[in-house]
Design a protein around this ligand. Structure first.
Ligand SMILES: [Zn+2]
Ligand SMILES: [Zn+2]
Length: 133
């Protein structure tokens, strides 16, 4: 009988050449964050025959952790995964759209304060991204 889903495997990152030692859940390179399209329907199934590189196009900070948005270079398949334990923090932050938005909104807010206009609500959600620094 085969053991399923959780596959412990080492791999060499095809983007930056880093040797990654897998812990059974590792599905992307912790250094450049690129992954490989190996899973088809569920993470870990390794059923995809695409095998193209997947680019991390953005990240999102949510409930105490990052999620990474991948887009496959081969078939345009997109999906989100959770960050890995070893993932490069700076890369994750660099790709975070929420922080980018946050900075943009602050600028807008300052501008609005000067001109005396009121800013829109719905800022509460984004406050969670503040505990980064
Ligand atoms: Zn890499
Ligand atoms: Zn693909």
């Amino acid at each position: 009988m085969k053991n399923f889903k959780k596959v412990k495997e080492d791999f060499v990152c095809e983007k930056c050449g880093l040797v990654v030692s897998g812990d059974g859940y590792t599905d992307h390179c912790p250094k450049c964050l690129w992954g490989k399209h190996v899973d088809k329907d569920i993470p870990g199934d390794r059923q995809s025959d695409c095998r193209a590189l997947m680019e991390a196009i953005e990240t999102e900070y949510q409930k105490g952790g990052f999620r990474i948005h991948y887009k496959c270079q081969g078939c345009d398949h997109e999906f989100w995964v959770r960050e890995g334990k070893e993932d490069d923090r700076e890369k994750l932050i660099e790709l975070s759209v929420i922080i980018r938005n946050d900075v943009g909104e602050n600028k807008k807010t300052n501008f609005a304060q000067k001109t005396g206009k009121k800013t829109s609500k719905e800022r509460g959600r984004k406050d969670s991204s503040r505990d980064f620094r």
